[in-house]
Design a protein. Sequence first.
Length: 345
Amino acid sequence: MSALAWHGVRTPRDRVSLRVHGRSALVCAALLAAALAVGVAGVGTGDYPLSPAEVIATLLGRGDQASAFIVETLRLPRVLTALLVGGAFGIAGAMFQSISRNPLGSPDVIGFTMGSATGALVAILLVRGTALQIGLGAVAGGTATAVAVYLLALRNGVHGYRLVLVGIGVSAALESVNAYLLTRAARDDAFVAAHWLVGSLNGRGWEHVWPVAAALALLVPLALALSRRLTMLEMGDDAARALGVRAERSRLAVIFVAVGLTAVGTASTGPVAFVALAAPQLARRLTGAAAPGLVSAALMGALLLAASDLAAQRLLDRDLPVGVVTGAVGGVYLAWLLWSGWRRT
């Protein structure tokens, strides 16, 4: 048996026992280290650059007053928002791909991200709402879209291919709605909304960090609690029922949690493209695990979004929205995914 196979971990007196996949644990540790390194580099990037040693010293309370202001007030919230939202998109993508049993079953492909964007656009353009109202609009739009897609795809249960196809159609319709809203808006409002639709981390402060952190504190434990049911659902509804899992009820719970994660992330940064699509697939290829790895998908999503934002600042233009970078990288990944799938058929 490989040294990186499953291992048992037990607490004293066997009060808690866990099975840990060795390779997955190593990959998660590497992804966490990489995400933290990228975060430190992101905090040090700007008009007033700081070395990694200066960033770490400042975070530990040993920096000067100027460095503390730059790190804690100006840059750290942006990096934390990227890490948290990337993690939310990664988990949501892994959950949707698992229940649809399709690598294209991510929220930005099957319309849930677009629904959140539509709800936020209504709040921006028609209500001219506050950040809280925009966030609530994104949550409401994502939830309404999820209900519509689920009901349209429901026929003797919800099958993965039908969920993806219906979601793509709903996404296209919502994209037309968003375009209509932009054409009917005033020029300044349309500019703000169009910039938001790309997905950006520019100007993010602590007021963006705390709502995402609070939502993740509630939703991530629920997602982890559903992970075993996800593994059963991947084997098919009949197999899941034979193992004692109520397939349709479990699928509804998964969709509810994943939509919440998608909406919260979209409300904070806009509909950042392809993170939810690519992160779970890349994580699964690295870990080699058959079961959906929510932790590895979250860490990969956090790394992808933080690294894309760092690339936008250092390699391109510091005001470039991060959605441009993730869209370019994700488009290449999607083309490769479709090509590799075509070669296997």
